[in-house]
Design a protein around this ligand. Sequence first.
Ligand SMILES: *Cc1c(COP(=O)(O)O)cnc(C)c1O
Length: 389
Amino acid sequence: MSLHRNTKAVRIQTKRSDEMEHSTPMFVTSSFVFDNAEEMRGAFSEENDSNIYTRFSNPTVQEFIDKVCMLEGAEDGFAFSTGMAAVFGSFMTFLKSGDHILSCASVFGSTHTLLTKYMPKWGIEYSYADVNDISSWEALIKPNTKMIYLETPTNPGLDVVDLEAIGKLAKKHNILLNVDNCFATPILQRPIEFGADLVLHSATKWMDGQGRVLGGVVVGKKELIRELYLFCRNTGPSMSPFNAWVLTKSLETLDVRMQRHCDNAEALAKKLEGHPKLNSVKYPFLPSHPAYAVAKKQMERGGPLLTFELKGGLEAGSKFLDALELLSLTSNLGDSRSIASHPASTTHSKLSAAEQQAVGITPGLIRISVGLEYIDDIANDILQALDKC
Ligand SMILES: *Cc1c(COP(=O)(O)O)cnc(C)c1O
């Protein structure tokens, strides 16, 4: 029977034990035993694929990886303790001193710190490319460019990068394309279909979707993941089996949750567009989004996030947050609970005005990670808070 990938993501499971469990078991163990010396020798020489030690592999972690591979259309993967460990692992495995990485200018805050502060320390240089001018990217490629890195939609500006165009560019120059697909999830967007070699996630966000555990994952072609695996089994960023168990169960509901996140986000975007207290509302599937056509081409739906810009700027941003009664003020996103954030006064307050501008942050920008609550309750809370600023 041929099954849809989302069905398989519900059904993929570690081989059933003699206990005949229905839900997946959790293998909380640091190591695995062998019947005899010969089997142990075979495991270490990789003649058999037995588990040895959970830093290398674990059945619960493998189940999570298998589901992400199924959803992304990838051959293989490796799971990490956090999303940042996944970003770092993918950089350290495939880049060395003297290499150059071309990255989209708006990336997750810690990724920005990694690129600008730490990678140069190891002799790896970077350039930032303009998210809204794809035609400028090719000129930034150098003879030593080994990786193109991007997020789409971007954080927090919700700009959309044309995956097909960048996929072709990477292929033309024989450069690895590494995509952080956290904001769309494979339910809405599968970068491998557009030529990405590696796709990574902070599983902390929508994959868990309930604000409980941290996790990360990188998937891609078998030979690339083999290199990543060898680096990681020796350096130790591996996911814990407990977190893998939470996350593999979460993936069974990812499609359902993402549809509801998108229903709510889309309805909220439409409701807020044109509000007298706002300069603009940005959502990839609103026709007013600058890259609406690209979003429609590469995403199945508009995603779980929207932003708007308050006319009152920085001061109105703080007032808005203080007036909220239902939405949470917390440093996370991708939760079942709606979250509001004001990047200019919090996550991105250390950036200069020019740097903020370059990544699409204006003083009055508010980002909403739209949750799973009843839509009218989310909208009413935002509307009453807008009245107060
Ligand atoms: C949160 C996030 C990360 C980092 O993930 P952690 O699990 O917090 O380490 C990376 N990229 C994006 C887009 C994120 O939202």
